[in-house]
Design a binder for this molecule. Sequence first.
Ligand SMILES: Cc1ncc(COP(=O)(O)O)c(C=O)c1O
Length: 359
Amino acid sequence: MSLIDQVIRPDVRAMSAYAVADSEGFLKLDAMENPYTLPQALKVELASRLVNVALNRYPVPSYTNLKAKICRCMGIPEGYGIMLGNGSDELISLVAQACATKDHPAKMIAPVPGFVMYALSAQFAGMEFIGIPLKTDFTLDTEAMLSAIEEHRPAVVYLSQPHNPTGTLFEEKDVIRIIEAMSDKGIVISDEAYQPFAEASFMSKLPVYPNLVVMRTVSKLGLAGIRLGYMSATAELLAEFDKVRPPYNVNVLTEATAEFAMDHIDVFNRQAAIIRSEREKLAQALEKLPGVEVFPSRANFLLVRIPDANEVFEKLLSRKILIKNMGKMHTLLQNCLRITVSSPEENRQFLDQFSACIQ
Ligand SMILES: Cc1ncc(COP(=O)(O)O)c(C=O)c1O
């Protein structure tokens, strides 16, 4: 038996690592990043703050100032706090770690196709993941979700709002039915990674539903590189999740940069507003192209279906344009491509090349 066979879990040996495409030299529209950086004057101001960060010290794990600023800027309800993560990816893993049980694996339910980290976090922590297919128009199959909830009594239900990879914003009344059905069973996590582009949120509903958790990230707002996510819930729930958090999980450079960003949140909000309006323009332009179906999106990306997505994806690659080919992820996504909405110039560049490739 090899060392690897002796040491590494069989399910880990059987899987492949999270693939990130090499994007050097490409127009990068595959990862839902914000195309804008900070204005030059703010970059200089940020640099002068970072110079004074004590790199020789561990962070103070209460992160009091940063948390207070996020609570103020992001509409966290009065009396509610937040827990910070190294990206919301880390929060997703921590939730699974806190909820997993050994003898009768706790269950997690989420609509599929969905964000891969939910199922992965369940697998790594030893929870059972149950994916409930979306309807063919990518709306939520609420009845199927509700009957799976009754059958499996999951500890955790994830609803990404808007949903990745479809961009769909599920109907509020359907989400509420799910939260209510879960009230005697477990928590519902409203993953609002794309909230800046949806202008809709369950944050204000936290005081109404004690089993609701609202998770967010600064990644899509323009700070993907600093890796910072946060989630809010009742103090009792946060206290339990906090027990599995590594104490210094947010580093001092991220902490200082995020505090600076919160002081200048209007800059990021203006960028999000441009992207929302670009999304509408790009969707309209794509809809006019022959054979292109554009699904309604409330996020900073568009999911489209075309007759031969593999061929067009390869052609775009050869023209140095990187988008996401979704077909292999789930049968519902056959011939689907996901495109990040970018600046007016980059969207124009994409549209020109895409139009040429689908001819
Ligand atoms: C729905 C959803 N949740 C969470 C994340 C993770 O975000 P972060 O960059 O904060 O780890 C993503 C990233 O694409 C996402 O699509």
